[in-house]
Design a protein around this ligand. Structure first.
Ligand code: NAD
Length: 290
């Protein structure tokens, strides 16, 4: 069994990005600049945004955190987005999800200038991804593709089951892996909350991408020997033995599934760090494109 080490791989990618930043600075006197908009005080969102800003510093990017209160209106947020859209100094920006309930998430994502949409959530970029045109790939699926590629996991002609059909993980994963591309050319099945007999599907899968958000859902009896497992789930589970009162759990029961796996991502240290690295990669691309 080989661990698909997202921590190590993301560090390699960050080093590559830091080198590219130095070259960009030397050649064009440009420094990539990422902005992140955070609305409210959701604990997990604050942690994610903090990690993204810190990663920017590490690779030599400029970063700006726009921290707005929970009661920010949709109109105020849209105004803030317009400021970022028109600010020439900002190469790319993200709006951390989820947004408070009174704000229409889709409306906000549609307001982001597609050229600065480094999360790849704007419909124009989603369309470009589906058509296999140059675009910003959404960071989590992009990170998974990169991990599969760097570890030379064979995907061509393989049976892949993606569990989850969300716009940010499951759906784009299923599109990318079925495309004619590196880490693609697979036969993909998308499973979701209405799927019947999921075990039958997973038991015949060569690769499983678990992105449903239910801790330790996928167990050893649901997979075949030699399977490759990508565990996207990150859920905070109460744990009194931990200083912060919780631990992070994936969607995969690591102990039983890893015994049957050829390759597997751990949680933490798998897909999570890759997501941040690919956000940086998209920002570098946005800056170089200008
Ligand atoms: P989501 O809630 O938007 O979607 C969950 C999907 O799972 C839905 O499509 C639903 O149909 C499906 N589902 C629910 N119950 C199911 C069941 N019993 N059987 C089969 N399918 C079922 O979630 P999301 O935003 O895609 O995130 C999924 C998980 O991945 C969460 O734990 C989230 O925190 C994590 N996540 C991690 C990263 C990362 O960087 N590692 C990034 C994004 C999301």
């Amino acid at each position: 069994m080989t661990i698909l080490d997202g921590k190590k791989t993301s560090q390699d990618i960050k080093l590559e990005i830091a080198k590219a930043v130095k070259e960009l600075k030397a050649q064009n006197n440009k420094t990539p600049h990422l902005a992140a908009v955070l609305v409210g005080t959701d604990g997990a969102s604050m942690t994610y945004v903090g990690a993204k800003v810190k990663a920017c510093e590490l690779v030599g990017f400029n970063s700006t955190l726009i921290d707005l209160p929970e009661e920010t209106s949709e109109e105020e947020l849209l105004k803030q987005i317009e400021l970022l859209n028109t600010n020439d100094d900002i190469d790319g920006f993200i709006v951390q999800l989820p947004l408070p309930k009174h704000i229409d998430e889709q409306k906000v994502l549609m307001a982001v200038n597609p050229d600065k949409d480094v999360d790849g959530f704007h419909p124009e970029n989603v369309g470009r991804m589906a058509l296999d045109l140059p675009t910003f790939l959404p960071a989590t699926p992009f990170g998974i593709m990169e991990l599969l590629e760097r570890y030379n996991v064979e995907t061509s002609g393989k049976n892949v089951v993606v569990i989850g059909r969300s716009h940010i993980v499951g759906r784009p994963m299923s599109i990318l892996m079925s495309q004619k591309r590196k880490a693609g050319d697979a036969t993909v099945t998308v499973a979701h909350s209405r799927t019947k007999n999921l075990s039958e599907l997973t038991q015949s899968a060569d690769i499983i991408v678990a992105a449903l958000g239910i801790p330790e859902f996928l167990t050893g009896d649901m997979v075949k020997d030699g399977v490759t497992i990508i565990d996207v789930g990150i859920t905070r589970v109460d744990d009194a033995t931990k200083k912060r009162g919780f631990r992070l759990a994936g969607d995969v029961h690591f102990e039983s599934v890893s015994k049957k796996s050829a390759f597997i991502t751990p949680v933490p240290g798998g897909v999570g760090p890759m997501t941040i690295a690919m956000l940086l990669k998209n920002t570098l691309l946005a800056c170089s494109r200008k």
